[in-house]
Design a protein around this ligand. Sequence first.
Ligand code: NAI
Ligand code: MG
Length: 497
Amino acid sequence: MPAASKSSARRQPARELVFGDLWEYDPAPETADPQIRSSYDLFIDGKFVPPAGGKSFPSINPATEKKLCDVALGAAADVDAACRAAQRAHQRVWGKMSGQERGKYLYRIARLLQDRAREFAVAETMDGGKPIKEARDFDVPMAAAHFFYHAGWADKLEHLAPGRTVAPYGVVGQVIPWNFPLMMLAWKIAPALAAGNCVVLKPAETSSITAMKFAEVCQQAELPAGVVNLVTGGGETGAALVQHPLTTKVAFTGSTEVGRRILCSLAETEKKVTLELGGKAANLIFEDAPLDQAVEGIVNGIFFNQGHVCCAGSRLLVQESIAEEVLARLKRRMAVLRVGDPLDKNTDIGAIHSREQWRKIEALVKSGVAQGAEMHQSACRLPARGYFFRPTVFSGVSMSHRIAQEEIFGPVLSILTFRTPEEAVEKANNTAYGLSAGVWTDKGSLILKMSRQLRAGVVWANTYNKFDPASPFGGYKQSGFGREGGPQGLLEYLRVA
Ligand code: NAI
Ligand code: MG
């Protein structure tokens, strides 16, 4: 609803009309009940069981700073019980079942996620701080899509490696981060189950709720006990899981630092490991690019999910001839981004996931200012409570600045310029990471050339942050190794002989 009537706008003809300036939205909160229990136990062998140590920790809503529920703190004994349950389920039921039958369970899980989509979306938004429109239109549908996609593969595994035999690993240990809690769970569990493995998964400590709701879905789907086990807890719980002798395959998504630690700790074992780690993606804008679309792509690339995205387009590389024009258009676009209540359907940017992450972003932004980059922040009003951060861009950034090298994992963009495609490639590749990149140009030949030369697992052309379960995702260099999604991702869960 307009706060100022149209007639008052007409009375000020000299003033440039800016959308969002004269108009205010009424709040449009999503009101579905997320059905969050007051406390969650562990999910082991098909049942909710209290943790061996009897301890729990709170899960916080970052938009209100209020506690949502208590989550069980899994100890090494719980990890052990979960791994044994997974092994039993693999030996007695899941490993023997035909692919066709396994597929039916995956289809059932996918449909149940769709049935409960609204409830899951609200829970995800409350626990993580992401805008409801993203949880509703991206996280939950993508999670269901991964189960649908892999359900279709379950009886076709022999086609993944023609002329050879494929077999599951048995028990898979999986550790996931907090930025896409349900979707990361789906990326991990769907292919593992389709391949005939049983899993023990540890959600991130700040975002366990949708994982525990997923446990309810497993029960609803009558998935055999022990096929999926969920052990909540922190880093120690995760370490116990990846090091457990029964986990023959380990899949981790999270920070490069922890990924490195896991890899070192498993160096003397024969475990198969895949790591999906951090990123510092370059988003390249050439002078012939469609600028309005490119600006939308830049905004989507860095502000989607508050920038808590491993493949975020956090380094914008703009051709020098259009740099000023792009920055001007970007500032105009940022001025109308709506930052605030994540449950409001009009919100573009929600709450930073945790106080700890807020502090990390703040420290890196301060380093950008101290090192001499020019900061621009949108002037939006921020809620009084909760961990909110203004959309921020830095221009005049040089390659040696921390904000050009380190993963900020927040709504902060660093802008650099280039003159030639060769310089663009050199700057884009001048990073320890190699997860993703974007190219914006009208020239098909330039897109092909760039995508060959950019050292990044995914290169988007004239779009950004597009995902599909059929499309493999993963990195080079310190962004990790292994792929998720597509036949390549499924093969990571199979031994090929
Ligand atoms: P993190 O890497 O510590 O946490 C990821 C997961 O690993 C969590 O489930 C955590 O409990 C678990 N974990 C921690 N230590 C472990 C260990 N020794 N063994 C096994 N599992 C362990 O990430 P954190 O601390 O939440 O975030 C720190 C920074 O990492 C962020 O600011 C961001 O830059 C980056 N990050 C990158 C992600 C990505 O997808 N690329 C995801 C999350 C964080
Ligand atoms: Mg939380």
